[in-house]
Design a protein around this ligand. Structure first.
Ligand code: PRX
Length: 666
């Protein structure tokens, strides 16, 4: 084990020195927690308690960390696997746990969010402010006819209203369904339609790097005719919005007018622990996104416990910032629920990392004296590309702990993060988890776990991952299929209105008590987990999940396309990138004009993230005799590997033609 205190003598902004230092450290396999770091929250007792009796451990944590209206007597009910329940006879309100209890304890003036707009605007929202806004909005939603169990869609940028919207739903037991602000309105429509959303909370217009685009008008075009959608609430977003905002009388209401007319007091209702909290759509193996359903108490316990434990967070002193978007699970658990439940002060940033300049993140860290920073490997790689001169402009000495999530981090990015951003002082926590798991399951604990760049290290207390081979036999060292063998409180409860797909997706391979993650992993001799990647047809672009089937169905919806197959290609910047093999219909020839059209088409149907990096025009696609497209072979071609077995192909010549085309370059 090595203490990389080496950085203390290195000026990381000196490019040559930095390169040499990084290269020199690449061969180091394991790093002890930085010598000067003192952990504040001991965890040995948690480990011992969880090892001795996981249920008793979770029960004690639930009593200590959450405030209950009716204490639970039952912990885990595992009599009907895989439909597990936790703390089922207890009652609580999640918004009261995130807001009221802090205000009642005299911490109402503490800042919940230092909001920072992309044009440099500042707004500090205290816990008392957020409670007041949440109560008014909750009453506003009630006045629109929203009741416990109804679904409310949320399609908002990174503004404090998004947290109020989620909390207002939780306050009255409505189920929120947040859609990432970068998705296209047609993706919003699909998610609202399949969840029967009654109300959608959205914004007049959005801004991104100085450019503005209408949102409400686009939403009207896509969602105007949804029968279940009774009301659209429209937030006036920050800055001037020149766009015309169409409002339909009787259906649409301005957010500020709804709040102004609402009663300021909305008591938090006690809800059963298993009351549904939210649906979050995520990509699976088919074109239809999965509506991952989380419930109240178990989810909140996971978010609350892991945030403080993994990051060694102290609400009294830390200023925490997670750079994700609330539209992803990371934003749900680690921008909204985990931080607020812990009563911590966070930064919420509306903008992009390169606007107005490439140093905006580091400027924010300096200005707010951020102590804990949580981001994604893809973002770190982008910052490396921009250069160490941007962080070097700012004083980052407030930082204490750094985190990453979303994909495996390559050792070079890990080292750069460690030296350039963390100054060699800050433990890095590489947190592995998923939308389905609700909260982090495998991760180093800051300042406790020796880290190996690229490994998420070991499970958290109370979590039991394992590797199995194809036949379900345990793998103690080597690679295998990652599973979780015991239920945990923040696990998904089902797929919304689709119990069958829930069981099939996660619990059919090795039985109803073994959760199949969908990732392959390697276990080393020290018991460290190394996540390799997805084993289903899910592509991880910049830490965001997209299904090959979803992208394919968007491509084939274009009139010029006859057939398409989509695979992932390793990419230095985004982890994976999308390569589409496309057969055109009729007379169209594959040229740059069609390529641009197709990319734009995918952006409109799903979002920019899903645009193929490369399109390969194919006369035919490799198919088995039964007509199944063999993506495995396309992956081999895309990544320049030797072709695997082609003997099962109907026409092996198809593959050699494609391989020649790809080798010839774009
Ligand atoms: O493949 C794993 C990868 O992201 C998947 C989960 O994606 P999603 O549900 O969108 O949630 C992302 C944020 C929690 C996982 O199945 N993944 C996530 N974190 C890591 C990771 N792969 C390697 N290392 C990680 N730390």
């Amino acid at each position: 084990m090595t203490d990389p205190g080496v950085s203390a003598t290195t000026d990381p902004s000196a490019t040559n020195d930095l390169e040499a230092t990084l290269e020199g450290l690449l061969s180091v396999e394991s790093f002890d927690p930085p010598a000067g770091f003192t952990r504040r929250r001991p965890v040995d007792a948690d480990r011992a308690a969880a090892a001795a009796d996981p249920q008793a451990f979770w029960a004690a944590a639930a009593r200590e960390l959450l405030t209950w209206d009716k204490p639970f007597t039952q912990v885990l009910d595992d009599t009907n696997p895989p439909f597990y329940t936790w703390f089922a006879d207890g009652e609580l309100n999640l918004s009261a746990n995130c807001l009221d209890r802090h205000v009642e304890a005299g911490r109402g003036e503490r800042v919940a969010f230092h909001w920072r707009g992309e044009e440099g605007e500042h707004r500090d929202v205290t816990y008392a402010d957020l409670l007041a806004e949440t109560q008014r909005l909750a009453n506003g939603l009630l006045s629109l006819g929203v009741r416990a169990g109804d679904v409310v869609g949320i399609f908002l940028p990174m503004i404090p209203e998004v947290a109020a919207a989620m909390l207002a739903c939780a306050r009255i037991g409505a189920v929120h369904n947040v859609v990432f602000g970068g998705f296209a309105p047609s993706a919003v429509r699909e998610r609202m339609e399949v969840s029967d959303a009654k109300v959608l909370i959205t914004v007049d217009g959005a801004r991104r790097k100085g450019r503005r685009s209408p949102v409400k008008a686009a939403v009207d075009v896509e969602l105007g005719d949804l029968p279940a959608l009774e009301h659209i609430v429209v937030v006036r977003g920050p800055g001037e919005n020149a766009a015309e905002v169409p409002m339909t009388a009787g259906r649409d209401v301005w957010y500020d007018e709804l709040l102004a007319a609402a009663d300021p007091v909305c008591p938090a209702v006690a809800l059963p622990a298993e009351h549904p909290l939210f649906i979050l759509y995520s990509s699976g193996s088919t074109a239809k996104p999965k509506g991952i359903l989380h419930t109240t108490a178990g989810y909140l316990l996971g978010a609350t416990y892991t945030l403080r434990t993994v990051f060694d967070l102290d609400p009294e002193t830390d200023v925490y910032w997670c750079s994700a978007d609330v539209g992803w699970i990371t934003g749900h658990s680690y921008i909204v629920y985990g931080p607020l439940s812990n009563g911590v002060t966070s930064v919420m940033f509306e903008g992009a990392p390169d606007y107005p300049d490439h140093d905006i993140w580091w400027r924010i860290i300096e200005e707010y004296r951020v102590t804990v920073f949580y981001t994604a490997p893809t973002a770190i790689r982008t910052c490396i590309k921009w250069g160490a001169q941007y962080p070097a402009r700012h004083d980052l000495s407030s930082l204490r702990v750094l985190g990453t999530v979303g994909e495996p981090i390559n050792p070079k990015a890990w080292l750069w993060y460690h030296l350039v951003i963390g100054g060699g002082r800050c433990p890095i926590v590489d947190t592995w988890w998923q939308t389905e798991t609700g909260s982090v399951l495998i991760s180093p604990l800051a300042g406790v776990t020796p880290t190996k760049p690229g490994s998420a290290t070991r499970p958290l207390p109370g979590i039991s991952p394992a590797l199995l081979d194809e036949d379900g036999r345990p793998v103690t060292e080597g690679t295998g299929i990652l599973v979780i063998t015991q239920p945990w409180p923040s696990m998904l409860r089902t797929l919304y209105k689709d119990d069958k797909r829930f069981v099939e997706t996660y619990f059919s391979r090795f039985g109803p008590r073994t959760y199949v993650v969908g990732d392959a992993a390697r276990l080393d001799a020290d018991g460290y987990f190394w996540i390799i990647g997805r084993i289903d047809d899910v592509i991880n672009v910049s830490g965001h999940r997209l299904s090959t089937a979803e992208v394919e169905s968007a491509i084939v919806a274009h009139e010029a396309v006859a057939e398409a197959a989509v695979v992932a290609q390793a990419d230095e910047q985004t982890g994976q990138a999308i390569v589409a093999f496309v057969t055109l219909a009729g007379e169209r020839v594959g040229d740059s004009a069609v390529e641009a059209e197709l990319r734009e088409h995918v952006a409109r149907r799903i979002g920019k993230l899903a645009r193929p990096r490369r399109i390969v025009w194919a006369d035919d696609l490799p198919k088995t005799r039964s007509g199944k497209i063999m993506r495995r072979l396309l992956r081999d071609v895309a990544e320049g590997r030797e072709l695997g077995d082609v003997t099962t192909l109907r026409d092996p010549a198809v593959m050699s033609a494609l391989a020649a085309k790809v080798a010839a370059g774009p």
